[in-house]
Ligand binder design. Sequence first.
Ligand code: GLN
Length: 287
Amino acid sequence: MSTSKSLRLLLSACPLPTNEARILLAHILEKHYQLPRSALLSRDDMVLNEAAAIEWESFISRRANGEPVAYILGKKGFHNIELLVAPGVLIPRPETELLVDIVLAEIAKSKQPTSVLDLGTGSGAIALAIASEASLATVIATDQSGEALAIAKHNAQLLNLSQQVEFAQGSWYEAIGQQHFDVIVSNPPYIANLDPHLTQGDLRFEPASALTDYASGLSCLAMIISGADQHLRSGGLIAVEHGFDQSEAVVELMQHAHLIDIQAHLDLAGHCRVVTGRKDPKTCQGS
Ligand code: GLN
């Protein structure tokens, strides 16, 4: 048992990558001793009590078994907020922050109250990151999964954003009826059914329905894009995340949906990750 080992020895004996071991041990120090992360260095001769040592061993074996760090910690930082996460929701990814930045730029440009629809919100990451930065935004966030919505609502309460973000359950536009929005944003499941990544690494622990459409990877994107015209206000913006090799297909879907001003956006890793388009004011009938 590791109860007699100092933090320094626990870390050096840990089979996990150093950065992951440090994150997990820092979490234990915070939870059991209310110590900050810097205690990993400043108190490196400290010895864990039995409860903390048992949890440390369990964290190591869970992670060694492939469970994502975010599920072990029960939280994940995203954009400027921290979210509770659990196996019922996708773990927010840094590349998805691009979607948030695009929507925030749109809100800042319009300088007016902006209604935003986040389709398939999961933990609430996109909706809540937007609301926390943009007091001019009112957001409706949907998900088909009741389990995901419960987590998203909890996150809204913790972040004090329940006034600004409303939740609705249902599949894509079915959740919201005939309403119109200034912005539609979505990070839908876009991994193809047979993609081997689904059965490898951290993805094995995430909800399959948040990752794959159980088809070509494009079916949810197609549904969201084809419904945009009916649910956007004149000149309104749609922004969707997609896989690294789906940009051309998503641009084509937007062209077929008669959206205009279609643009592909690169993430920080240089991959085309997001496509945006707008509802053509010429096709609007009083919405
Ligand atoms: N970006 C995620 C991944 O590649 C997939 C998320 C999604 O399908 N929306 O792991």
